[in-house]
Structures are given as C-alpha cells and as structure tokens.
Ligand binder design. Structure first.
Ligand code: FNR
Length: 379
C-alpha cells in the first residue's frame, strides 16, 4: 500500500516498475559479460521467451463481490508448517558478485525487511554461514557435487546454520548450451568466486594438496571446484540419501513432468519447484507455467508445489498461485534491481511485486493464500 500511496503522491520512483525498462537500465549498468550471463538462456532462448509468453495464455477471473473466505488480508502463507510473511522467495542465483560487490549481503539487506526469504545458491559468492547471520529465514539450494561427502558437508552446514529447507536442483547435472557466455568467452565460474561455499568447506579443502589461493584462476582449487561442481549421475537415489543428513524439508527444483513429481512423492520428498531454470538449460522446452497444472494435479495434495521461471509482475505471481503454486521464486527481476541500485534496488523490485500482488488479490476478492483454479482460465 505504501508503494502505491507514495507513487501517487508526487514521489517519483528511483527505478521503473516494469521489468523490461529495469532490464535495460541493468544492461547499461553492467559489463557485457555479466549482463549476458544473467540475461542469457540456452540455445536460441526459446524456452525463456515461452516462459514469459505462457502467462498471457491464462486469464484471472475476478469475482469482485465474493465474501472473503478468511478475512486476513495480508500476504502470508504457511510452508512446511512455518508461517511466512509473503509468498515470495528470491530464487537461487549463483556468482552474484558479478552483479554487485556485496553480492548476497546486499540481497539480504533488500529482501529480509520485506519478508522475502532467500534461497541461497550453492554457487553463492558469500559463505552460507555469513548470509545466515544477515537474514531471518533462508533456504539452501544444493547443486549436488560429484563428491557425496562434500554434498553431505554442505547439507549439514546449511542445517547447522539455520536454513529452513534444502532445495536440490535437478536440472543442472551440467550447464546448458549458453551461446551468450560462449560468445563472450565468459565463464562466470572461472572469472569469479562462485566458490565461497567450497573454499570454506573442510571436506573440499581436505581434497586439495595446497591451500586455495585467494582470487586464483586456474589454480588447483578452481579446477577441483569445476570438477566437483555437479554429479552427472544425479538420480532419485541421491535425493533419498539426504534424509540421513538433515531433518529439514527437502525440495527438488527443476521438475516439469507429473511422472517425475509422482516418483519424488513416492520417495518422500516434501516439495517440488516447477521450473526450467529460467530457460537456461534446454532450448525449446516446455514453458514452466504450462507444466504447473499437471504437476499440481498429480502431487498437489501430497507435496508442496512451488514455481519459478518467467514471473515478471505481481499479477504473474497471482496466476501461478491460482494454478496451485504455494509460493513463487523470483529470479531475474531482482537481479536487475541489484545491478542498478544494490540493496535498495532489490527492495524496490520486491515491494513492487508484493504491492501489485496484494492489490490484485483484493480486486479478485481473495486472500493470496486462497487463490485457486477457479480464479484463472485458459485464455
Ligand atoms: C540462475 N538459476 C539458478 N538456479 C539454481 O538452482 N542455482 C543457481 O545457482 C542458479 N543460478 C542462476 C543464475 C542466474 C544469473 C540466473 C538468471 C538463474 C535459476 C534460478 O534459480 C531460477 O530458476 C530462474 O532465474 C527463474 O527464471 P527467471 O524468472 O529468472 O527468468
């Protein structure tokens, strides 16, 4: 409400409210390599385009005078038995110091006061324990390394540092074909430290002959990092093993099919994130939003289904929630806010999304947490 009140009372925004203009400002503010890394997607980038276009195929169905089912107002949701003040989380984004010097610490400063928890990437530029100090709620995203003892160490560290859930990313057994990075010779993981969680890890360090040199490129440690980045044999067996390491809820991110979601439900996974990694892994794959209904139908009663990929406004969040997502992860929009204006930019983007979501839900006659299939139709 404050966003709306201030903006209509002569106060001009520091940043635009629409995604495309913010992205253009970020492009001006960033070096071409890092901008290409963030904006780029796999192949001809058809998946990324489809993600955004998919939202226009669904239409919200206001029933303006419907009595409110629970007169809470507000944006709160319950996930895994915990109350969250909003249904948004920041999606895990690796090597953020390419976007801003203060990386995850600036994100924490912008997102925490707005009630948006971070899902911290395995490839974060800041060790997870430092991020944990700076935020209230956070979740840990695991890229399962090709070294199970290292995977165990990451999960145990995250649990000890107070993460509220573990999100295993399933769609990145290796990086996709990303022409923008290739054309610019920009391999983000080599240029910069997506390695903070690795270099600070006792298991990782025990694998090295010598201490990692700070800022080293092509050192033994960096090669070891690249070699242990992802387990190409990642399967449901890995996911089942996590249970021995943590009592936290376990989610799998990057699920696009009902059959896979059912398999995960059967091995006791607590949640899935329907996502195609923002189109960065496979060109011309199904739009994430188009996969959401089948996954919700198959496992929505048994598992918590979350969503990301292509969300560009508060109204988009409402559509994803109406289709059954219990919460939504935001990616590129806040990354551009971070590039242009640091923590304040992150906060601006998140506040705008939340304000539009709240206004939209009120106009639909709904509480955000109660949005359902009846609130949306195929256009
Ligand atoms: C990502 N994504 C990602 N996912 C993940 O599980 N671990 C990671 O480290 C990263 N890193 C990453 C970097 C950048 C620059 C981007 C844009 C994305 C995927 C991310 O979590 C999310 O799925 C997408 O960003 C959603 O798509 P949109 O909405 O950003 O287009």
């Amino acid at each position: 409400d404050l966003v709306y009140a201030n903006a209509t009372n002569g106060e001009l925004p520091r940043l635009p409210y629409d995604h495309e203009r913010l992205r253009d400002l970020a492009e001006q503010a960033m070096e071409p390599g890092p901008f290409g890394y963030v904006e780029g997607s796999a192949g001809r980038e058809r998946t990324a385009l489809a993600n955004v276009e998919a939202f226009s195929r669904y239409a919200l169905r206001p029933r303006s005078l419907r009595p409110r089912s629970r007169d809470k107002g507000g944006l709160g949701v319950t996930l895994f038995g915990e109350s969250y003040p909003t249904p948004l989380l920041t999606a895990p984004i690796g090597v953020l110091e390419q976007v801003h010097d203060r990386a995850e610490l600036a994100v924490a400063e912008g997102a925490d006061p707005v009630g948006v928890p971070m899902v911290l990437s395995t490839a974060s530029s800041t060790p997870m324990e430092e991020v944990a100090e700076a935020v209230d709620f956070w979740w840990y995203q695991l890229y399962w390394p090709g070294d199970d003892e290292l995977a165990e160490s990451f999960v145990r560290r995250a649990t000890a540092a107070g993460a509220k859930a573990i999100v295993v990313t399933a769609d990145t057994k290796r990086l996709g074909w990303r022409p923008r990075d290739l054309a610019q010779g920009h391999l983000p993981f080599l240029r910069s430290q997506g390695t903070a969680n690795y270099f600070s890890d006792p298991v990782f360090r025990s694998r090295l002959k010598a201490d990692p040199e700070p800022d080293g490129v092509f050192t033994e440690a960096v090669f070891h990092f690249l070699g242990s980045f992802a387990d190409k044999g990642l399967s449901t067996d890995n996911i089942a093993r996590i249970r021995a390491w943590t009592d936290l809820p376990v989610l799998v991110k990057g699920v696009l099919r009902a059959d896979e979601a059912v398999e995960l439900a059967e091995i006791g996974v607590d949640g899935v994130v329907v996502s195609n990694h923002g189109g960065r892994q496979i060109d011309n794959s199904v739009a994430a939003l188009d996969a959401l209904p089948e996954v919700v139908e198959a496992v929505g009663e048994r598992m918590t289904v979350l969503f990301d990929s292509g969300v560009r406004s508060g109204a988009d969040v409402a559509v994803a929630m109406a289709l059954g997502a219990r919460a939504v992860l935001l990616g590129r929009p806040w990354v551009y806010g971070l590039a242009v204006d640091g923590a304040a930019g992150v906060e601006h983007v998140l506040r705008s999304f939340l304000a539009e979501l709240q206004i939209t839900a009120e106009l639909l006659g709904r509480d955000v947490a109660d949005l359902d299939r009846g609130d949306v139709a195929r256009r």
